[in-house]
Design a protein around this ligand. Sequence first.
Ligand SMILES: Cc1cc2nc3c(=O)[nH]c(=O)nc-3n(C[C@H](O)[C@H](O)[C@H](O)COP(=O)(O)OP(=O)(O)OC[C@H]3O[C@@H](n4cnc5c(N)ncnc54)[C@H](O)[C@@H]3O)c2cc1C
Length: 407
Amino acid sequence: MDFEIPAKFEPLRQMIDWIGETYLRPLGIEADRQGGALDPAHPFFKEALKKGLTGGFVGKIRDTERVDDGRPRFGARRAVVLAERAAYWDRGMATSLPGPGLGAPPLMLMGNEDQKKRFLGMFKQKETPRWGAFAMSEPGAGSDVAGIRTRARPDGDHWVIDGEKCFISNGARASWVVVWATVDPSLGRGGHRAFIVEKGTPGFSVARVEHKMGLRASETAGLVFDGCRVPAENLLTPPEKSGGFKGAMKTFDMVRPLVAAMAVGMARACYDEAARFAESHFTGPSAWRLERVGDRLAEMRRKIEMSRLLAWRAAWLTDHRKPNSAEASMAKATCAGVGLRAATLGLDILGEAGGGGDYLIEKLFRDVKALDIVEGTGQIQRLIIARRLIGYAGDHQRAQGRDHHGR
Ligand SMILES: Cc1cc2nc3c(=O)[nH]c(=O)nc-3n(C[C@H](O)[C@H](O)[C@H](O)COP(=O)(O)OP(=O)(O)OC[C@H]3O[C@@H](n4cnc5c(N)ncnc54)[C@H](O)[C@@H]3O)c2cc1C
């Protein structure tokens, strides 16, 4: 397995570090203090576009999906490396960068050429910041995505969508949202379809922007669809096929290694913060110092190195067009756990100073929990891994047309 990223990506890596230090970290702190995401008109977003930075880095996987011409692919590996770096500086800001974000994978996987041109083409224009979003979760269907209740029914040359979505990243600012709905809940996942719903479509509204304990730089919105009429050409899955659920699951396989890498980046930020604090506050060798600091720093470092390899392996498999569901889940479950552990150990090292809000570690502690929730919680990843290991793909759920965030 070769994790080497071509040298031509090095300038991009360096630029992310520069942007991260100059903008992502300070703006992430600003958003945290103000309690919500920066306004979409904030000059930073234009600046990011000019520098070629786009949302979530998911789009960078695109070259992996193109026709197999035998040439080596690096899109997924490049994306995990960049995601780790950006999240090191600020994960909330990293997912707020303009671009199609999580909306890109379903479009790439299920969209026809015209849809890709219409909805991804707009992001080539570097003047106006734009966002895309991915709306699966509902108040009663988070982990159990097969249980979504948002309905879609055909009506002439349109589809009519009714339902509610919650916790949708960049949902209020998005130019369009990939909305998952069912044509018949009794069909379970077989009834799923994905639609592109454009901002301003009558019947589509933003119910609220959520207040969160962490990742405040990343806007998270509740969306409502009330008799929302969407042109038939905005349906991503052809009606005669039931590929909607599969498309969603493939999206998760693509995105989970990125979330994993982001957790590694945040764990690294915890490590650096704790090591910096220890260096400036604890001097002179003592058993107490070693136990409180050295042992914890060593554990953090060990787990960071270990978990990064899992994220890279899942991405390597994508680049080589090999199935990676179990590996993506292993990476996601492990890395998010390592992020949480690193934040806890970091807080331990800082002691009471860490809890006061004057140090980054407190924000990292609040931010990193979300990585154990998004794209399928830790429990759900463990379910997916277990099913893969014992060759059980949820047969009884399949019989009922139901399944969780896995297959
Ligand atoms: C910051 C943030 C951004 C998000 N962005 C998006 C987005 O852009 N688009 C989108 O569609 N969604 C998004 N989400 C929603 C996210 O995908 C869901 O929160 C997640 O899937 C969990 O669903 P839930 O919150 O409804 O929890 P539930 O599914 O209600 O789960 C509650 C608890 O029960 C556990 N649990 C559930 N089922 C099982 C089981 N079978 N076995 C064992 N344990 C179980 C879970 O692990 C969890 O601990 C976002 C969430 C957050 C926090």
